[in-house]
Write a protein that binds this ligand. Sequence first.
Ligand SMILES: C[S@@+](CC[C@H](N)C(=O)[O-])C[C@H]1O[C@@H](n2cnc3c(N)ncnc32)[C@H](O)[C@@H]1O
Length: 269
Amino acid sequence: MIQEHEPFEPEATRRDAGDTESSCASRGWWDRNADEYQIEHGTFLGDDRFVWGPEGLDEVEAELLGPPEDLKGKDVLEIGAGAAQCSRWLIRQGARPVALDLSHRQLQHALRIGGVPLVEADAGALPFADGSFDLACSAYGALPFVADPVRVLREVHRVLRPGGRFVFSVTHPIRWAFPDEPGPEGLSVSASYFDRTPYVEQDEEGHAVYVEHHRTIGDRVRDVVAGGFRLLDLVEPEWPAWNTQEWGGWSPLRGNLIPGTAIFVCERE
Ligand SMILES: C[S@@+](CC[C@H](N)C(=O)[O-])C[C@H]1O[C@@H](n2cnc3c(N)ncnc32)[C@H](O)[C@@H]1O
């Protein structure tokens, strides 16, 4: 008799998760979910737009990496690039980006769209020589998912040339205190903002299959400084009237009341 298996439902919990466990969980989760992610969000992201997060803040208007005309000829590292949409926009500005990601399947989507040099690696161990890049960027790539963000920042510091910018976006830390729901149920505080215990989804044997790490705003500022950077700006994009779409827990309803994304504009010391 053929045994029918229930589809596996991971258990959501809060517990510690170290560097290796977090990386393994991220690689597996993004490999399994890349297709669905690109189908669901690919149109909003565009093949060659540079969008910083679900609010839709576009680098064309934000200029967080500097004026677009100054990007010409710059070596840029994109971390947690997914399908490398941001790198394709950088190429259009005359920059020379390299798109790095941990997930093979995400990079297959980058390859499908084409046109960008790709590297499969962990943001915590960048396979580049010291001083290889003028700029680095990351739109929700890697930093929300790693146990040791200072390690990533130190690696980015190492591969950047002096004075180079690293601009990265993450889920705004205040969101940790609220349920991750786009509707009214996502508007009431349900957890402590100060509780740094990671959010973990695990299988029947207790192995993590998805991990997100929380840092308070103060933690992130200290991480940036510990990584050897000066913080030039902290951008909290407001929800624009044109954006009527929901993206997971991000929605017009919540976006009009609380920030959803934090973008750190940093300069290498
Ligand atoms: C939310 S997606 C963002 C991708 C792209 N920037 C976008 O906006 O669609 C997060 C990406 O970070 C990658 N990632 C997660 N942890 C990573 C790590 N430790 N090193 C490198 N990439 C990582 C994932 O594989 C995934 O492609």
